[in-house]
Design a protein around this ligand. Structure first.
Ligand SMILES: NC(=O)c1ccc[n+]([C@@H]2O[C@H](COP(=O)([O-])OP(=O)(O)OC[C@H]3O[C@@H](n4cnc5c(N)ncnc54)[C@H](O)[C@@H]3O)[C@@H](O)[C@H]2O)c1
Length: 342
Protein backbone atom coordinates (compact mmCIF):
# COMPACT_ATOMS: atom_id res chain seq x y z
CA UNK A 1 0.00 0.00 0.00
CA UNK A 2 1.41 3.39 -1.02
CA UNK A 3 0.37 6.32 1.20
CA UNK A 4 -0.11 9.52 -0.73
CA UNK A 5 -0.27 13.12 0.44
CA UNK A 6 -1.83 15.72 -1.84
CA UNK A 7 -0.85 19.39 -1.79
CA UNK A 8 -3.37 21.75 -3.37
CA UNK A 9 -7.13 21.19 -3.27
CA UNK A 10 -8.31 23.83 -5.74
CA UNK A 11 -9.70 22.95 -9.18
CA UNK A 12 -7.50 19.95 -10.11
CA UNK A 13 -6.55 18.57 -6.66
CA UNK A 14 -10.03 17.03 -6.03
CA UNK A 15 -9.58 14.89 -9.17
CA UNK A 16 -6.31 13.54 -7.77
CA UNK A 17 -7.87 12.83 -4.38
CA UNK A 18 -10.85 11.01 -5.97
CA UNK A 19 -8.67 8.90 -8.24
CA UNK A 20 -6.08 7.94 -5.64
CA UNK A 21 -8.85 7.23 -3.11
CA UNK A 22 -10.39 4.75 -5.58
CA UNK A 23 -7.15 3.15 -6.82
CA UNK A 24 -6.30 -0.22 -5.28
CA UNK A 25 -2.85 -0.13 -3.71
CA UNK A 26 -3.06 3.57 -2.75
CA UNK A 27 -4.38 5.42 0.28
CA UNK A 28 -4.84 9.17 0.50
CA UNK A 29 -3.14 9.76 3.83
CA UNK A 30 -3.39 13.55 3.96
CA UNK A 31 -4.32 16.68 2.03
CA UNK A 32 -2.93 20.18 2.41
CA UNK A 33 -4.31 23.48 1.16
CA UNK A 34 -3.70 27.03 2.37
CA UNK A 35 -7.46 27.60 2.29
CA UNK A 36 -9.22 26.07 5.32
CA UNK A 37 -12.62 26.33 3.56
CA UNK A 38 -11.44 24.00 0.78
CA UNK A 39 -10.24 21.51 3.38
CA UNK A 40 -13.67 21.67 5.06
CA UNK A 41 -15.26 20.63 1.74
CA UNK A 42 -12.82 17.74 1.52
CA UNK A 43 -13.56 16.57 5.09
CA UNK A 44 -17.30 16.48 4.39
CA UNK A 45 -16.68 14.06 1.52
CA UNK A 46 -13.75 12.11 2.98
CA UNK A 47 -13.95 12.33 6.80
CA UNK A 48 -11.06 9.86 7.26
CA UNK A 49 -8.48 11.93 5.39
CA UNK A 50 -6.22 14.10 7.57
CA UNK A 51 -6.00 17.76 6.50
CA UNK A 52 -3.54 20.55 7.16
CA UNK A 53 -2.85 24.08 5.98
CA UNK A 54 0.90 23.44 6.32
CA UNK A 55 2.27 21.16 3.57
CA UNK A 56 5.33 20.48 5.75
CA UNK A 57 3.08 18.31 7.96
CA UNK A 58 2.76 15.89 5.01
CA UNK A 59 6.49 15.96 4.32
CA UNK A 60 7.31 15.31 7.98
CA UNK A 61 4.97 12.30 8.15
CA UNK A 62 7.13 9.16 7.73
CA UNK A 63 4.06 7.11 6.78
CA UNK A 64 3.61 9.15 3.57
CA UNK A 65 5.52 7.61 0.66
CA UNK A 66 4.57 9.98 -2.16
CA UNK A 67 3.28 13.50 -2.61
CA UNK A 68 1.11 14.85 -5.45
CA UNK A 69 1.43 18.61 -6.01
CA UNK A 70 -1.52 20.43 -7.60
CA UNK A 71 -0.72 24.04 -6.74
CA UNK A 72 -0.02 27.05 -9.03
CA UNK A 73 3.00 26.63 -11.36
CA UNK A 74 5.03 29.28 -9.49
CA UNK A 75 5.12 26.98 -6.44
CA UNK A 76 6.01 23.70 -8.23
CA UNK A 77 9.79 24.00 -7.90
CA UNK A 78 9.84 24.92 -4.22
CA UNK A 79 7.27 22.30 -3.19
CA UNK A 80 8.67 19.60 -5.49
CA UNK A 81 12.21 20.11 -4.21
CA UNK A 82 11.07 20.10 -0.57
CA UNK A 83 9.14 16.85 -1.15
CA UNK A 84 12.11 15.14 -2.85
CA UNK A 85 14.46 16.31 -0.09
CA UNK A 86 12.04 14.81 2.44
CA UNK A 87 12.48 11.49 0.62
CA UNK A 88 9.03 11.40 -1.02
CA UNK A 89 8.21 10.22 -4.53
CA UNK A 90 6.67 13.16 -6.40
CA UNK A 91 3.71 13.62 -8.76
CA UNK A 92 3.92 17.14 -10.10
CA UNK A 93 1.20 18.91 -12.07
CA UNK A 94 1.86 20.29 -15.53
CA UNK A 95 3.71 22.35 -16.49
CA UNK A 96 6.52 20.91 -14.39
CA UNK A 97 8.17 24.24 -13.46
CA UNK A 98 8.40 27.88 -14.54
CA UNK A 99 11.92 27.45 -15.98
CA UNK A 100 13.91 24.62 -17.56
CA UNK A 101 16.72 25.21 -15.04
CA UNK A 102 14.31 24.42 -12.20
CA UNK A 103 13.12 21.30 -14.06
CA UNK A 104 16.72 20.09 -14.43
CA UNK A 105 17.35 20.60 -10.71
CA UNK A 106 14.30 18.51 -9.82
CA UNK A 107 15.39 15.73 -12.21
CA UNK A 108 18.87 15.69 -10.64
CA UNK A 109 17.45 15.61 -7.11
CA UNK A 110 15.05 12.74 -7.95
CA UNK A 111 17.90 10.77 -9.53
CA UNK A 112 20.22 11.41 -6.60
CA UNK A 113 17.61 10.25 -4.11
CA UNK A 114 16.29 7.44 -6.33
CA UNK A 115 12.75 8.79 -6.11
CA UNK A 116 10.09 8.58 -8.81
CA UNK A 117 9.25 11.92 -10.41
CA UNK A 118 6.12 11.97 -12.57
CA UNK A 119 4.78 15.04 -14.36
CA UNK A 120 1.02 14.95 -14.87
CA UNK A 121 0.63 15.28 -18.63
CA UNK A 122 -2.78 13.64 -18.42
CA UNK A 123 -3.50 13.39 -22.16
CA UNK A 124 -0.74 10.81 -22.61
CA UNK A 125 -2.79 8.40 -20.50
CA UNK A 126 -6.05 8.78 -22.45
CA UNK A 127 -7.23 5.89 -24.61
CA UNK A 128 -7.34 8.26 -27.60
CA UNK A 129 -3.72 9.42 -27.46
CA UNK A 130 -2.48 5.93 -26.62
CA UNK A 131 -4.31 4.58 -29.68
CA UNK A 132 -2.91 7.37 -31.86
CA UNK A 133 0.57 6.49 -30.54
CA UNK A 134 0.01 2.87 -31.59
CA UNK A 135 -1.19 3.89 -35.07
CA UNK A 136 1.76 6.22 -35.65
CA UNK A 137 4.29 3.84 -34.04
CA UNK A 138 3.19 0.94 -36.26
CA UNK A 139 3.53 3.13 -39.39
CA UNK A 140 -0.18 2.75 -40.16
CA UNK A 141 -0.25 6.46 -41.05
CA UNK A 142 2.99 6.34 -43.03
CA UNK A 143 5.20 9.38 -42.76
CA UNK A 144 3.66 12.07 -40.55
CA UNK A 145 3.36 15.23 -42.63
CA UNK A 146 1.58 17.45 -40.14
CA UNK A 147 -0.15 17.80 -36.75
CA UNK A 148 -2.75 20.52 -36.45
CA UNK A 149 -4.48 21.26 -33.15
CA UNK A 150 -7.29 23.63 -32.20
CA UNK A 151 -7.76 24.09 -28.47
CA UNK A 152 -10.08 27.03 -27.90
CA UNK A 153 -12.87 27.97 -25.48
CA UNK A 154 -14.16 30.85 -23.35
CA UNK A 155 -11.84 31.09 -20.28
CA UNK A 156 -10.53 30.17 -17.87
CA UNK A 157 -8.27 33.23 -17.95
CA UNK A 158 -5.22 32.45 -15.80
CA UNK A 159 -3.51 35.17 -13.82
CA UNK A 160 -0.08 33.60 -13.57
CA UNK A 161 0.53 31.75 -16.87
CA UNK A 162 -0.14 32.44 -20.53
CA UNK A 163 -2.40 30.38 -22.77
CA UNK A 164 0.76 28.63 -24.03
CA UNK A 165 1.63 27.25 -20.58
CA UNK A 166 -2.05 26.48 -19.90
CA UNK A 167 -3.28 24.92 -23.17
CA UNK A 168 -0.44 24.47 -25.70
CA UNK A 169 1.37 22.50 -22.99
CA UNK A 170 -1.02 19.63 -23.84
CA UNK A 171 0.01 19.70 -27.51
CA UNK A 172 3.70 19.85 -26.58
CA UNK A 173 3.42 16.71 -24.43
CA UNK A 174 1.22 14.89 -27.01
CA UNK A 175 3.71 15.74 -29.78
CA UNK A 176 6.68 14.49 -27.74
CA UNK A 177 4.80 11.25 -27.10
CA UNK A 178 3.43 10.71 -30.62
CA UNK A 179 6.38 11.75 -32.77
CA UNK A 180 9.29 10.59 -30.60
CA UNK A 181 11.19 13.46 -32.17
CA UNK A 182 11.98 16.89 -30.79
CA UNK A 183 11.27 20.02 -32.79
CA UNK A 184 14.28 21.95 -33.98
CA UNK A 185 12.61 25.35 -34.15
CA UNK A 186 9.53 27.18 -32.95
CA UNK A 187 7.70 30.24 -34.18
CA UNK A 188 4.81 31.67 -32.18
CA UNK A 189 2.57 34.70 -32.32
CA UNK A 190 0.25 35.70 -29.55
CA UNK A 191 -1.38 38.60 -27.80
CA UNK A 192 -2.88 39.70 -24.51
CA UNK A 193 -6.00 41.70 -25.16
CA UNK A 194 -6.07 43.04 -21.60
CA UNK A 195 -3.01 45.01 -20.43
CA UNK A 196 -1.12 43.50 -17.54
CA UNK A 197 -2.44 39.98 -18.10
CA UNK A 198 -0.70 36.98 -19.73
CA UNK A 199 -1.28 36.27 -23.45
CA UNK A 200 -4.77 34.82 -23.99
CA UNK A 201 -4.37 33.75 -27.64
CA UNK A 202 -1.45 32.15 -29.48
CA UNK A 203 -0.60 30.42 -32.75
CA UNK A 204 2.44 28.17 -32.44
CA UNK A 205 4.32 26.37 -35.21
CA UNK A 206 6.91 23.68 -34.50
CA UNK A 207 9.41 22.51 -37.14
CA UNK A 208 11.01 19.05 -37.20
CA UNK A 209 14.10 17.76 -38.99
CA UNK A 210 12.08 14.90 -40.48
CA UNK A 211 9.89 17.40 -42.32
CA UNK A 212 6.89 17.11 -40.01
CA UNK A 213 5.28 20.45 -39.17
CA UNK A 214 3.01 20.98 -36.17
CA UNK A 215 0.66 23.83 -35.37
CA UNK A 216 -1.42 24.67 -32.31
CA UNK A 217 -4.12 27.34 -32.10
CA UNK A 218 -4.84 28.08 -28.43
CA UNK A 219 -7.31 30.70 -27.27
CA UNK A 220 -9.27 31.54 -24.09
CA UNK A 221 -11.57 33.94 -25.91
CA UNK A 222 -13.52 31.71 -28.32
CA UNK A 223 -17.32 31.54 -28.21
CA UNK A 224 -17.32 27.76 -28.49
CA UNK A 225 -15.17 24.99 -27.10
CA UNK A 226 -13.11 23.08 -29.67
CA UNK A 227 -10.62 20.31 -28.90
CA UNK A 228 -9.62 18.88 -32.23
CA UNK A 229 -6.38 17.44 -33.61
CA UNK A 230 -5.70 16.43 -37.22
CA UNK A 231 -2.72 14.25 -38.03
CA UNK A 232 -1.92 13.89 -41.73
CA UNK A 233 0.22 10.98 -42.84
CA UNK A 234 1.42 9.74 -46.21
CA UNK A 235 -0.88 6.70 -45.96
CA UNK A 236 -3.72 7.69 -43.63
CA UNK A 237 -5.03 10.61 -41.63
CA UNK A 238 -6.51 10.95 -38.15
CA UNK A 239 -9.17 13.28 -36.79
CA UNK A 240 -9.33 13.33 -32.98
CA UNK A 241 -12.25 15.23 -31.48
CA UNK A 242 -11.95 15.07 -27.70
CA UNK A 243 -15.46 16.48 -27.17
CA UNK A 244 -17.20 13.52 -28.83
CA UNK A 245 -18.73 11.09 -26.33
CA UNK A 246 -17.77 8.15 -28.53
CA UNK A 247 -15.67 7.60 -31.66
CA UNK A 248 -13.27 10.35 -30.59
CA UNK A 249 -10.61 9.08 -32.99
CA UNK A 250 -11.38 8.51 -36.66
CA UNK A 251 -8.87 7.13 -39.14
CA UNK A 252 -9.32 8.12 -42.77
CA UNK A 253 -7.80 6.05 -45.54
CA UNK A 254 -7.24 9.26 -47.49
CA UNK A 255 -4.20 10.79 -49.09
CA UNK A 256 -2.57 12.44 -52.03
CA UNK A 257 -0.39 10.81 -54.69
CA UNK A 258 2.01 12.75 -56.86
CA UNK A 259 3.41 11.38 -60.08
CA UNK A 260 6.82 12.29 -61.45
CA UNK A 261 6.06 10.70 -64.81
CA UNK A 262 7.45 13.15 -67.42
CA UNK A 263 4.76 11.97 -69.88
CA UNK A 264 2.18 13.57 -67.60
CA UNK A 265 4.00 16.86 -67.27
CA UNK A 266 1.16 18.82 -68.83
CA UNK A 267 -1.54 16.94 -66.98
CA UNK A 268 -2.75 16.99 -63.43
CA UNK A 269 0.10 15.28 -61.51
CA UNK A 270 -1.76 14.93 -58.27
CA UNK A 271 -4.26 12.22 -57.46
CA UNK A 272 -6.55 12.25 -54.44
CA UNK A 273 -7.42 9.08 -52.62
CA UNK A 274 -10.50 8.91 -50.40
CA UNK A 275 -11.08 5.48 -48.91
CA UNK A 276 -12.84 4.11 -45.86
CA UNK A 277 -13.07 5.72 -42.47
CA UNK A 278 -13.01 3.69 -39.26
CA UNK A 279 -13.17 4.51 -35.57
CA UNK A 280 -10.84 2.30 -33.49
CA UNK A 281 -12.05 0.98 -30.16
CA UNK A 282 -10.59 3.09 -27.34
CA UNK A 283 -9.93 2.25 -23.71
CA UNK A 284 -12.35 4.61 -21.94
CA UNK A 285 -10.78 4.26 -18.47
CA UNK A 286 -10.31 7.70 -16.91
CA UNK A 287 -6.81 8.90 -17.78
CA UNK A 288 -6.01 9.88 -14.18
CA UNK A 289 -6.83 6.35 -13.06
CA UNK A 290 -4.45 4.84 -15.64
CA UNK A 291 -1.82 7.40 -14.69
CA UNK A 292 -2.27 6.80 -10.93
CA UNK A 293 -1.79 3.05 -11.40
CA UNK A 294 1.28 3.73 -13.54
CA UNK A 295 2.72 5.97 -10.79
CA UNK A 296 2.25 3.23 -8.18
CA UNK A 297 3.86 0.65 -10.47
CA UNK A 298 6.84 2.93 -11.06
CA UNK A 299 7.28 3.35 -7.30
CA UNK A 300 7.05 -0.40 -6.68
CA UNK A 301 9.45 -1.35 -9.49
CA UNK A 302 11.74 1.73 -9.35
CA UNK A 303 10.89 2.59 -12.97
CA UNK A 304 10.90 5.92 -14.80
CA UNK A 305 7.34 7.04 -15.68
CA UNK A 306 6.23 7.53 -19.29
CA UNK A 307 5.77 11.18 -18.36
CA UNK A 308 8.85 11.46 -16.19
CA UNK A 309 11.04 14.47 -15.48
CA UNK A 310 12.68 14.41 -18.93
CA UNK A 311 9.37 14.71 -20.76
CA UNK A 312 8.34 17.43 -18.30
CA UNK A 313 11.61 19.26 -19.00
CA UNK A 314 11.20 19.08 -22.78
CA UNK A 315 7.71 20.55 -22.47
CA UNK A 316 9.02 23.41 -20.29
CA UNK A 317 11.76 24.06 -22.88
CA UNK A 318 9.10 24.32 -25.58
CA UNK A 319 7.05 26.73 -23.47
CA UNK A 320 10.18 28.87 -23.02
CA UNK A 321 11.02 28.77 -26.74
CA UNK A 322 7.44 29.52 -27.83
CA UNK A 323 7.13 32.36 -25.30
CA UNK A 324 10.42 33.88 -26.43
CA UNK A 325 9.29 33.68 -30.08
CA UNK A 326 5.91 35.19 -29.23
CA UNK A 327 7.53 38.13 -27.41
CA UNK A 328 9.69 38.62 -30.55
CA UNK A 329 6.56 38.82 -32.74
CA UNK A 330 6.99 35.36 -34.23
CA UNK A 331 10.76 35.31 -34.75
CA UNK A 332 12.13 31.77 -35.18
CA UNK A 333 13.66 30.33 -32.03
CA UNK A 334 16.01 27.38 -32.55
CA UNK A 335 15.99 24.68 -29.93
CA UNK A 336 19.34 23.40 -28.78
CA UNK A 337 19.37 20.21 -26.83
CA UNK A 338 21.92 19.88 -24.06
CA UNK A 339 21.65 16.13 -23.59
CA UNK A 340 21.21 13.07 -25.75
CA UNK A 341 17.61 12.21 -26.56
CA UNK A 342 16.40 9.33 -24.41
N1 LIG B 1 -3.32 17.78 -15.75
C1 LIG B 1 -4.28 18.59 -16.13
O1 LIG B 1 -4.97 18.36 -17.13
C2 LIG B 1 -4.55 19.83 -15.32
C3 LIG B 1 -5.80 20.47 -15.36
C4 LIG B 1 -5.97 21.62 -14.58
C5 LIG B 1 -4.93 22.11 -13.81
N2 LIG B 1 -3.74 21.46 -13.82
C6 LIG B 1 -2.59 21.97 -13.05
O2 LIG B 1 -2.85 21.82 -11.66
C7 LIG B 1 -2.20 22.87 -10.95
C8 LIG B 1 -3.22 23.58 -10.07
O3 LIG B 1 -4.18 24.15 -10.91
P1 LIG B 1 -5.65 24.50 -10.36
O4 LIG B 1 -6.41 24.93 -11.56
O5 LIG B 1 -6.16 23.41 -9.50
O6 LIG B 1 -5.31 25.77 -9.46
P2 LIG B 1 -6.19 26.39 -8.26
O7 LIG B 1 -5.70 27.77 -8.07
O8 LIG B 1 -7.65 26.12 -8.51
O9 LIG B 1 -5.77 25.49 -7.01
C9 LIG B 1 -4.50 25.55 -6.43
C10 LIG B 1 -4.66 25.29 -4.93
O10 LIG B 1 -3.36 25.20 -4.36
C11 LIG B 1 -3.42 25.79 -3.07
N3 LIG B 1 -2.05 26.14 -2.65
C12 LIG B 1 -1.23 27.08 -3.17
N4 LIG B 1 -0.05 27.08 -2.51
C13 LIG B 1 -0.14 26.12 -1.57
C14 LIG B 1 0.76 25.64 -0.56
N5 LIG B 1 1.99 26.15 -0.40
N6 LIG B 1 0.33 24.63 0.26
C15 LIG B 1 -0.91 24.10 0.12
N7 LIG B 1 -1.80 24.53 -0.81
C16 LIG B 1 -1.42 25.52 -1.65
C17 LIG B 1 -4.34 26.99 -3.25
O11 LIG B 1 -4.90 27.40 -2.02
C18 LIG B 1 -5.40 26.42 -4.21
O12 LIG B 1 -6.51 25.86 -3.52
C19 LIG B 1 -1.55 23.77 -12.00
O13 LIG B 1 -0.21 23.39 -12.17
C20 LIG B 1 -2.34 23.45 -13.26
O14 LIG B 1 -1.61 23.65 -14.46
C21 LIG B 1 -3.54 20.34 -14.53
Amino acid sequence: MINIGIIGYGYWGPNLVRNFAETPGATVAGVSDLDEKKLETLRRRYPAIKTTTDFQDLLRDPAIDAVAIATPVSTHFELGMAALKAGKHVWLEKPMTETSLQARKLIDEAEKRKRVLLVDHTFIYTGAIRKMGELIGSSELGRVYYYDSTRVNLGLFQRDVSVIADLAVHDFSILEFLLREHPVAVSASGINHFPGTPENLAYITLFYDSGTIAHANVNWMAPVKVRQILVGGSKKMIVYDDLQASEKVKVYDSGVNFTNDPAQIYQMRVGYRTGDMWAPKLDMTEALRVEGEHFLKCIENAEVPITGGMLGLRVVELIEAATSSMRGKGETVYIQRKEKIA
